[in-house]
Write a protein that binds this ligand. Structure first.
Ligand code: HDE
Length: 705
């Protein structure tokens, strides 16, 4: 018997109407205010369950346009992922200008205090493919678009202020070396392999960056807790045509914070989406992250006397030397409606600048200006990607460019060229000197040569400055990271070559790494292009730990509870957490929740094996006596405690929970970072302690090798 077609069913008012077809399949018919499904051509669809056939068991007809169109579209859903920064997460926001910068730049968005400029920001990792995990040890992209009244300005930065290489021609080599090795297709999203460190060891200019990527900067706790940098020196140009050099900085109002490496490794399994989920949740909850935009402004006189070349992207200008002027604030306040539409299709370009902002001759920046336009053509398939809403400027676009794939807005009217004699509206737009983009008229002269400036030759002084500016804990993390990465490098000569560079950075660091690797003999220091290394003043602004938050706001406490949990204690902890602006998440043996001591029901967010302590900034274990005895037999509950302890987290516990700590093997080691909770007052004290984020004093006791 033939099946009934949905098209014969009357549309009834109200919600959808479900019915089962003769084959037992469920149909939903649009009714009332529920929109009806259509083909791409707009024709109504009545049956989206069955292809068009000759008889119930007969062949499928090729004339079934609705079916063919659906499969055709599905077959073409993927576009090439970005060759770098493939895995990203984009959100909308707004920038507020604090004060007029008209003395420095004529950029429209900086003219008026209080001016609001719409933004789109995409955070990313660099090396991993689109489906890789968020906690890879990697640089984070920090790409910002300002939809200003004079066009889009893209500040396509990173969370690290320096880069690996000095000249754009080395970029493909760097990226090839960092990504999967070409013969085997792995490792994914990791630099811990031979090719990467081979390239690094043969590229002394990368040594400053090597120190940064081995620091905790590459394992941020959240996108919300990291800085952003424009990296290159740019120019700002005022209405009189005066140029001021500028370096751009984003300072998170949430303070800096990173995780520890062992935590990152495990987080990649526990929640590969840890960073995107964190940002999504924060914005959905209304806890909008904010960054202040800071400018380091300087002139030629400073550039000439500075120890390094301001065009060299492997160097910073310490904040202590050129202080940061805070000029505005970015607030990220809206998630995307559709990931592909916006995050995937956003096409940042370093070449998108606006009047009042200009490039310098940084050879990396010059190369990028070619690459970003070019790459969008490959990714988005045609020259009209600026018609996609996330890429379209908010200003009116007027020109005579036309046609091409997927054109959405060709010039109207007869004129599609100029000059023309049509005049008025019919003649289309005309160029006008008013407000035009004017490049800074820098005088350029010199021989045409493939050359690197001598002023780019010091590869070690700032690497040393960075290392010595870290706290002891952070220095240890850097040494550990080198030892970990190089332990995955199979070629011993490459391990030794990196140590030979580290000898030029800091002898103690080199020795610690060599010892951790059990190198049989210490190599000679690498030959340096510039033999004299400078001892620069340390810069405390380069440390993460020294630039943490003032409160525990925006952080998360995981509370492992069992049936019989002390209801008053839990309530006290909850209110202390909330008063701080932090979040509490309940972890329980079963996701349905637990019954508290007073008979109330406590909903859980996580089942214990899905809610490891890795997910939280601090933890509490509030178990009843019986509950604790059950937890002692649950490996994931023991891990909850041992991991939190090993990752130097602050831990609160009820007296009844002690058996779990005993079974986990840490009861005898509990330190000042572990707080017994007997009252709501204790909970308040615990949260105050959590403001320090981690109990670093514990680290030497849990990280002996
Ligand atoms: Fe990129 N980079 N890059 N890069 N980059 C890309 O453009 C490139 C560099 C950065 O969220 C690509 O649209 C070259 C420095 C971010 O969509 C590509 C060189 C900095 C993003 C490209 C550099 C960055 C990219 C790939 C050396 C920090 C992600 C997809 C000269 C200041 C943007 C795309 C997003 C993406 C080229 C070096 C940051 C291939 C040739 C330095 C944040 O065009």
């Amino acid at each position: 018997m033939t099946q009934q077609s949905n098209a014969d069913k009357p549309l009834n008012a109200g919600a959808t109407q479900d019915y089962r077809g003769e084959g037992g399949e469920l149909h939903q018919v649009a009714g009332g205010d529920v929109p009806q499904m259509t083909t791409q051509g707009g024709a109504p669809i009545g049956d989206d369950q069955n292809t068009l056939k000759v008889g119930p068991r007969g062949p499928t007809l090729i004339e079934d346009q609705a079916f063919r169109e659906k499969i055709f579209h599905f077959d073409h859903e993927r576009i090439p992922e970005r060759v770098v920064h493939a895995r990203g997460f984009g959100v909308h926001g707004v920038f507020e200008t604090y004060e007029s910068l008209s003395d420095i730049t004529r950029a429209d968005m900086f003219q008026r205090a209080g001016e609001q400029t719409e933004m789109f920001v995409r955070f990313s990792t660099v090396a991993g493919n689109k489906g890789s995990a968020d906690l890879a040890r990697d640089v984070r992209g920090f790409a910002c678009r300002f939809y200003s009244k004079e066009g889009n300005w893209d500040l396509v930065g990173n969370n690290i202020p320096v880069f690996f290489i000095q000249d754009a021609i080395k970029f493909p080599d760097l990226i090839h070396a960092a990504k999967q090795e070409p013969d085997r297709g792995f490792p994914q999203a990791q630099t811990a392999h031979d090719n990467f460190w081979d390239f690094m060891s043969l590229t002394p200019e990368a040594m400053h960056m090597a120190l940064w990527i081995m620091s905790d900067r590459t394992i941020p706790r959240s996108f919300r807790f990291m800085e952003g940098f424009g990296v290159h020196t740019f120019r700002m140009i005022n209405a009189e045509g005066k140029s001021t050099y500028v370096k751009f900085h984003w300072k998170p109002k949430q303070g800096l914070q990173s995780v520890v490496w062992n935590e990152a490794l495990k987080l990649n399994g526990a929640d590969p989406d840890f960073h995107r989920r964190d940002l999504w949740d924060a914005i959905q909850m209304g806890d909008y992250p904010e960054w202040e935009l800071g400018l380091q402004l300087f002139d030629d006189e400073f550039a000439d006397r500075f120890d390094f070349d301001v065009l060299d992207a492997t160097k910073i200008i310490p904040e202590e030397e050129v202080p940061i002027r805070v000029v505005g604030k970015m607030t990220l306040n809206r998630v995307v409606d559709n990931f592909f539409q916006e995050t995937e299709q956003v096409a940042f370009q370093t070449g998108n600048i606006v009047p009042g902002i200009d490039f310098t001759n940084d050879p990396l920046l010059q190369g990028r200006n070619f690459s970003y336009l070019d790459t969008q053509l490959k990714r988005l398939g045609g020259p009209n990607f600026t018609h996609i809403p996330v890429n379209a400027p908010r200003t009116e676009v007027r020109h005579f460019q036309q046609d091409g794939h997927m054109s959405m807005r060709n010039p109207k009217g007869r004129a599609n060229y100029e000059p023309n004699s049509w005049g008025g509206a019919a003649g289309g737009p005309r160029e006008a000197p008013r407000g035009m983009y004017q490049s800074f008229p820098a005088e350029e002269a010199g021989q045409k040569r493939r050359i690197r400036s001598e002023t780019f030759a010091d590869h070690y002084s700032q690497a040393r400055q960075f290392y010595l500016s870290q706290t002891q804990t952070e220095q240890q993390h850097i040494a550990d990271a080198f030892a970990f990465e190089l332990s995955k490098v199979e070629t011993v000569a490459i391990r030794a070559r990196i140590v030979s560079h580290l000898l030029n950075v800091d002898e103690d660091l080199a020795k610690t790494v060599a010892k951790s690797l059990r190198l049989k003999e210490m190599p000679a220091p690498a030959e340096a292009a510039m033999p004299t290394r400078m001892d620069l003043k340390t810069s405390p602004k380069l440390s993460i730990i020294l630039n943490g938050p003032e409160s525990f706001k925006g952080r998360k406490v995981g509370v492992l509870v069992t049936d019989g949990v002390d209801a008053a204690l839990l309530a006290g902890l909850k209110s202390a957490i909330q008063a701080e602006g932090a979040m509490m998440e309940i972890v329980a043996p079963m996701v349905g929740g637990v019954e508290a001591s007073d008979g109330s029901w406590i909903e859980a967010k996580q089942k214990v094996d899905g809610g490891p302590s890795l997910l939280y900034d601090a933890v509490a274990v509030l178990a009843s006596k019986d509950g604790a005895s059950t937890l002692t037999k649950e490996a994931t509950a023991r891990d909850f405690v041992t991991d939190a302890f090993a990752h130097c987290k602050f831990i609160a516990y009820s007296a009844e929970a002690m058996p779990l700590f005993e079974k986990a093997g840490v009861a005898g080691d509990l330190d000042e970072g572990c707080v017994k909770l007997a009252s709501a007052e204790d909970a308040k004290g615990f949260i105050v302690q959590c403001r320090k984020l981690r109990h670093w004093q514990r680290e030497p006791n849990v990280n002996a090798v």
